[in-house]
Design a protein around this ligand. Structure first.
Ligand SMILES: [Fe+2]
Ligand SMILES: [Fe+2]
Length: 288
């Protein structure tokens, strides 16, 4: 009974969570379509003065140090690329969720954002280096959003860290998801999925969020995308960018080998390749 009450409270918290701005929703919708182009992105940005100002600030920041100041939306978007536009829109829209201290995971303020950003860059790099036909930018967006459920669930986890670590160690719990399920009745993947539905995210992103720890359960049409985020998540944790007590308390699904030509050593190379980009991106967004 206590657990079902807890579940209701969580679902209410999801309904009361901040919404994405209409332009951010539109941007996510458009960029998840396989045949969109950068002009579609530029058109949306031009209707959003806050996002425009933000992108001009980013492109002219020390992180990018262009020779001449960039003052047009077209050039800013072309220079920064789709991933930075989506990142800035999401960060502005729901920074409150990304920055929330994850007390239920013993994670501090900004840790979720850092973890999501690293995961996003790693997922994108994995797609790019593996000659996959997937959209690398969509993998980036999926990475940014994959753990958003933790921002909600964190408030409903009490003493979960201790129970989880002990339970995983003695084999009673298979992973951190089992610990979440046990203490709150829902996992962060399920909570994130509910939030994704509340936000009316594109179906592919909803599946990424729901299945990012078990990509084999995702529908065939999005499975490769979910695997990319799954691997990006592992790389982020390997890089020391976790979200607290659940770091490395999940299993690697080796089914990725069907989709990506990657060895475990190659994952370590992805980590190195992304590190520098991560520092730059973190500075550019200046969120944490
Ligand atoms: Fe996760
Ligand atoms: Fe994660």
């Amino acid at each position: 009974v206590a657990q079902s009450k807890g579940k209701e409270d969580i679902l209410r918290a999801i309904r009361e969570a901040p919404l994405l701005s209409p332009n951010t929703s539109l941007l996510l919708q458009k960029t998840s379509e396989p045949d969109h182009d950068l002009q579609d992105v530029i058109r949306i940005v031009k209707f959003d003065s806050v996002l425009t100002a933000r992108l001009l600030r980013i492109v002219n920041s020390a992180a990018f140090s262009t020779v001449h100041p960039i003052t047009s939306v077209d050039r800013a978007v072309a220079y920064l690329g789709e991933k930075m536009v989506v990142g800035a829109a999401l960060a502005d829209s729901v920074s409150r969720l990304f920055l929330k201290p994850l007390s239920g995971y013993e994670g501090g303020r900004g840790e979720l954002w850092r973890h999501d950003l690293f995961t996003a860059l790693a997922a994108r790099e994995i797609v790019r280096t593996s000659r996959s036909a997937l959209s690398a930018d969509l993998a980036f967006t999926g990475g940014l959003l994959h753990d958003i459920g933790k921002a909600i669930l964190s408030d409903f986890l009490h003493d979960t860290s201790r129970v989880a670590v002990a339970g995983i160690e003695n084999g009673e719990l298979v992973d951190y998801l089992a610990a979440e399920q046990e203490s709150a009745g829902l996992t962060h993947a399920e909570v994130g999925h509910e939030l994704a539905k509340h936000w009316k995210l594109p179906a592919s992103l909803q599946e990424v969020i729901l299945h990012h720890h078990h990509p084999g359960q995702a529908g065939e049409s999005v499975r490769a995308l979910v695997y990319a985020v799954h691997l990006g998540d592992i790389v982020a944790m390997m890089a020391g960018c976790g979200t607290g007590s659940d770091t490395m308390q999940y299993h690697l699904d080796v089914g990725y080998e069907r989709y990506f030509d990657l060895t475990p050593d190659a994952l370590a190379l992805v980590l190195v390749a992304v590190q520098e980009e991560f520092v730059k991106a973190e500075e550019a967004f200046a969120l944490a």
